[in-house]
Design a protein around this ligand. Structure first.
Ligand code: ZN
Length: 386
């Protein structure tokens, strides 16, 4: 089913040109939105769809209550910050969006962008500026988070709080309605994303801050034609379906901002204190040990000796910069266990707990985890078999 325009691809490697246009793989283990398009250092991740879905389900299982509203607010605000950065950069665009015709074009472009990012296939059937938008969505990566992204995108146009409702038509196919809401959620004020370097409307009174990112010397092997990292050649953009698949293990990925997960964790920590850390680590580990194939591992074949363990862990950490998760600068495997230093981890708890989960799955043993952030932008982990 054709729902939009096909992506232009590099003739040499097949990587979508538009992805390369707005994303930049840096030598410090991060992916950022291209400076000339976005105007600040917005950090981007290529995320495993299963990770986000299972992480929140597991946390909710621990807590015995839903955190959907927290995730929704965090993603809605992160979405607004990311989308707002674009009109901030283009003089007069914010004023132009007062024109209904421009708003309609914006909505059509949003459908295309959602498909390009692997979030869903979206078709807007009716949009009445200032009132409502209706359409159809197929293959949403996560209904609640997609609703949050759509609410954030529309709120920039309408300048009013909005609500998103769904009606399922069939499996993975939904009717969607976006309309004005009476008010924002009561937790809205607490869920602002922390975007170093941002000059967005969320931090109007602040000077542009340092991004806090360390420089690095990670070298991506790149396509000579388009400069996309060749190690990502197994990713297949299926834009008609709104899906990005890794054809090496048929794991679905999508492209999102790096801010909403830390904002959710911050809220959990403010409510639960230290207990939040152990719940998050346990939830990330649970996802990792139950889905080794999502990390390029063969579930039927665990490493048999220290050499193959080292190779498997090295393969995993070398994938971190490709997804924008951080820059591995030190890896040591000994009889005692594993020591790793990752610079610019997008979220230290996730990176540390994923490593521990992988270590436990590979060695089939329980382990202890010590993690610390000795200096800003640097994560040290020590994992030992117990
Ligand atoms: Zn290429």
């Amino acid at each position: 089913m054709k729902t939009g325009y096909p992506l232009f691809r590099c003739k040499a490697c097949g990587f979508p040109r538009s992805i390369n246009l707005f994303m930049k793989w840096n030598s410090n283990g991060t992916i950022t939105a291209n400076q000339w398009v976005w105007g600040n250092d917005l950090r981007i991740l290529i995320l495993r769809q299963g990770f986000v879905n299972q992480l929140f389900a597991h946390i909710e299982g621990h807590l015995g209550l839903s955190i959907e509203h927290i995730a929704f607010e965090a993603e809605r605000q992160a979405s607004m910050a990311v989308f707002k950065a674009f009109p901030d950069k283009v003089p007069g665009l914010d004023r132009l969006t007062r024109l209904k015709s421009v708003r309609k074009l914006w909505v059509l472009a949003s459908d295309q962008i959602a498909a390009m990012l692997g979030m869903c296939s979206s078709t807007t059937s009716e949009y009445v500026p200032g009132k409502f938008s209706a359409g159809e969505i197929r293959n949403p990566f996560n209904l609640n988070l997609l609703g949050a992204l759509i609410a954030g995108d529309f709120e920039l146009l309408e300048k009013k709080p909005l609500k998103v409702t769904w009606e399922q038509i069939e499996s993975n196919r939904y009717r969607i309605l976006v309309e004005l809401a009476a008010a924002r959620s009561s937790i809205s004020d607490r869920m602002s994303p922390d975007i170093p370097g941002s000059t967005s409307m969320l931090f109007p009174s602040r000077q542009k801050r340092s991004t806090g990112l360390l420089s690095g010397s990670y070298v991506h092997k790149r396509c000579p034609e388009c400069k996309a990292p060749t190690a990502l050649s197994s990713l297949k953009w299926m834009e008609d379906e709104g899906v990005i698949m890794d054809t090496s293990n048929w794991v679905r990925f999508y492209i999102g901002d790096a801010y909403f997960i830390p904002a959710v964790f911050r809220e959990l920590a403010s409510e639960l204190g230290e207990d939040a850390f152990s719940i998050i680590i346990d939830s990330v580990k649970n996802y990792t040990v139950t889905n080794p194939s999502h990390f390029g591992l063969d579930p039927e074949s665990r490493p048999r000796n220290r050499e193959s363990l080292k190779n498997a862990l090295q393969r995993y950490v070398s994938y971190l910069p490709l997804l924008g998760e951080g820059n591995p600068v030190y890896l040591n495997i000994s009889e005692a266990g594993l020591e790793v230093t990752i610079e610019n981890p997008y979220e230290p708890l996730v990176v540390a707990a994923t490593l521990q989960g992988l270590f436990e799955w590979m060695t089939q043993s329980k382990s202890s985890l010590e993690w610390k952030v000795p200096t800003e932008g640097r994560l040290y982990c020590s994992i030992k078999s117990v």
